[in-house]
Structure formats: structure tokens, C-alpha cells
Design a protein around this ligand. Structure first.
Ligand code: ADP
Ligand code: TRP
Length: 330
């Protein structure tokens, strides 16, 4: 029996290259070794996105994004979270095993409280219950499908650990392995993709390179990467430059070595370094962009793929809920 890999992406806007290298690509690599269940976390997105058209469009973009990146829907069970109502049954049951203190410690909630406190606002201003209980819904997503590994970026590790704690609390109570305990899988080499300004690439920082940016926009964004004032002649440390860190994502080992030598040797300016990055990025992203556009042009096909995925997913989810209900005496 193959082990199970599961992950979800929240459709809260367009995908960027941090999402691709930090989440999508490593998850797709795992599909060779694992049985994969990948989904679009649309209920998680609802916590922050209240505009229906924007949310619907974002769901479509993320679905097309996974498929363009190479997800094979006959191999991977690929679905929308909102198509699996068992998620909410499990979520409610898990609530009974989740301490409020655990939720108080979740990063996203703590960050919101801290931002409010700094502004002298009510600590819970703007915090809805969906945000507060976010880790329980995520634990339900994971536990429902008997997940062994959960490929995620570093920022999501805490949530997977909470899912572990919650599953263990259930198993401990019933003195039996009712729920499978998941492990996070973080790919260290690409754990944090830097953005245009050198901070972690994130759509909330406005420093992201969209994964499917048209060629011209891609070039323009790369040219906007912030650099220091070192002159062309000066030798440069490749590892200290986010241009090079981004280049490494797209280039072969030999290409990386060759370009690193040019950085260290001096005589290469930042403009040229950016040009090299653009060439490598555009080479890898052009076929992806073309597939993405083809999927976006056929929304019925996307919907049909997601519907089929949900049909395959629901019996698995129902079995987990049934097992838990029986153990619980419900
Ligand atoms: P954003 O920070 O842009 O809002 P999300 O939180 O929606 O991105 O992230 C979706 C997935 O992509 C998560 O698994 C997350 O860990 C991963 N991810 C996001 N940004 C990066 C990054 N800069 N480097 C590596 N992985 C990332
Ligand atoms: N919380 C994740 C994120 O913001 C998305 C997500 C929801 C998820 N449910 C999940 C990831 C289950 C892995 C497993 O990126």
C-alpha cells in the first residue's frame, strides 16, 4: 500500500512563483512515490474573500494552475474542499478535542491580535471565527483523507503539528488508532522563495512574481528586483543576492556554477544578472503559461475534472467520519 500525500492551496488570488516552488512542485514530485490527494481550500479562502466573483475566479485560477504545473487528474484525486461536506462533520467532531488555548497560539491568529494591539484596537478586531478556528478546518482536511505526509511551506508547519496534536488526542481518548497522524514535509532547498524586495515572496507583501505573468510583465517585474549599489566591476556574492537565489530555482547545476563564477569574478552588473534570470525563468514558465491559458479558456473542463475528483474523494472521507462516529458512540 502506498502512503498518502495531501495538500491544499487557498484560492485567495493569483499563484506566484513562491507557491509554485514552495508548494506545487514539491507536491507534484511526491505523486511518484505517494498516492496523492490535492485540493483547493475554498472554505479557507472564504474567511478573507467576500467578493463572489473574485473568489470564483481565484478558484478557477488555482485549479488551472495545478493542472498547468502537471497535476494528472487520473492519478491524483483533485477536488474542491467545498465539494466534501464530510469535512464539516469531521471539523465539528475535532472541535471537541481541540483546546481553545491551542487556537490562541496559532500564528495567523496571534499575528492579527498583535497587529490590533499595536494599533490600540480591540485585540479581536476583524478576527472572524473562521480565522480563529482555521487550524481545525485544516486538521479536518488532512485527517479526513488518512494523510501520511502533508507537503507545505515552512509557514504551515505549525498547522500540520496542530493536526497531529488533535488526531493524537482523539486516538488517546479512544485508545485506538481511529485517525491517522500526519507529518509535514518541507523541502528545505526551496523552503522560502524571496520576493522582489528580498523578503519572503507573498501576495500580501506586493513583492510577488505571478507564476503565469505574460512574458513582458515577467521581464518588467524581474527588472524591478531591489539591488544594492555595488558597481559593475565589483565582485558580488551570489548567495547574498535574491536575483541569484531566484535564478537557482530555474537553472541547472552547471548554469548555476557558471553564473556564480561570473558574480564572484566582478564585471557583471545587476542588469545583466537580471537578464540571465529572466531568460531562465521564461524558459521554464512559457510552457506552463501556455497550458494555464488553455485550461482557463475551458472552464467546463475544469469543473468536470474537479467534480470527478470529488466523486472519488467522498467515499474515503465518509469512511473516516463513520469510523470516528462509531468510536465516539454517535
Ligand atoms: P501568500 O504568502 O502569497 O499568501 P499562501 O499563504 O497562499 O501564499 O501560500 C500557499 C502555499 O505556498 C503554502 O504552502 C505556502 O507555504 C507556499 N508559499 C507561499 N509563499 C512562499 C514562498 N515565498 N516560498 C515558499 N513557499 C511559499
Ligand atoms: N492553510 C494552507 C495555506 O494557507 C492551505 C490549506 C488548507 C492546507 N487546508 C490544508 C494545506 C490542508 C495543507 C493541508 O497555505
Amino acid at each position: 500500500m502506498k502512503k498518502i500525500s495531501l495538500t491544499g492551496i487557498k484560492p485567495t488570488g493569483i499563484l506566484h512563483i513562491g507557491n509554485y516552488f514552495g508548494a506545487i512542485k514539491p507536491a507534484l514530485e511526491l505523486t511518484r512515490e505517494y498516492e496523492a490527494r490535492y485540493f483547493i481550500a475554498d472554505y479557507h479562502a472564504l474567511n478573507i474573500m467576500k467578493d463572489p466573483e473574485e473568489l470564483a475566479d481565484s478558484i478557477r485560477q488555482v485549479a488551472a494552475g495545478w493542472l498547468a504545473a502537471g497535476l494528472n487528474p487520473s492519478q491524483v484525486i483533485f477536488y474542491r474542499q467545498s465539494s466534501i461536506p464530510e469535512t464539516f462533520e469531521l471539523s465539528t467532531m475535532l472541535m471537541a478535542f481541540t483546546s481553545k488555548g491551542l487556537m490562541n497560539r496559532a500564528h495567523a491568529y496571534k499575528a492579527a491580535v498583535q497587529a490590533n494591539t499595536e494599533k490600540n484596537a480591540d485585540p479581536d478586531a476583524g478576527v472572524n471565527m473562521g480565522l480563529f478556528t482555521y487550524p481545525v478546518l485544516m486538521a479536518a482536511d488532512i485527517i479526513l483523507f488518512d494523510s501520511d505526509v502533508v507537503p507545505v511551506g515552512r509557514d504551515q508547519v505549525q498547522h500540520v503539528e496542530m493536526a497531529q496534536d488533535i488526531a493524537q488526542a482523539v486516538n488517546f481518548n479512544y485508545k485506538s488508532e481511529i485517525l491517522r497522524v500526519p507529518q509535514a514535509a518541507v523541502q528545505d532547498s526551496v523552503a522560502v522563495v524571496p520576493g522582489l524586495d528580498g523578503r519572503k515572496m507573498s501576495k500580501s507583501y506586493g513583492n510577488a512574481i505571478p507564476l503565469f505573468a505574460p512574458e513582458k510583465e515577467l521581464r518588467k517585474l524581474i527588472m524591478r528586483i531591489v539591488t544594492n549599489s555595488q558597481a559593475v566591476e565589483e565582485p558580488k556574492d551570489p548567495e547574498a543576492s535574491q536575483i541569484f537565489l531566484l535564478y537557482k530555482l530555474f537553472a541547472s547545476a552547471e548554469e548555476q556554477q557558471a553564473l556564480a563564477a561570473r558574480y564572484r569574478g566582478g564585471g557583471m552588473g545587476w542588469g545583466e544578472a537580471k537578464e540571465e534570470l529572466f531568460r531562465a525563468a521564461n524558459r521554464e514558465l512559457t510552457p506552463l503559461r501556455q497550458r494555464f491559458e488553455a485550461f482557463m479558456a475551458e472552464p467546463e473542463k475544469l469543473d468536470a475534472i474537479l467534480k470527478q475528483g470529488a466523486e472519488r474523494a467522498r467515499p474515503i472521507a465518509a469512511a473516516t467520519v463513520a469510523r470516528f462516529r462509531k468510536a465516539a458512540g454517535i
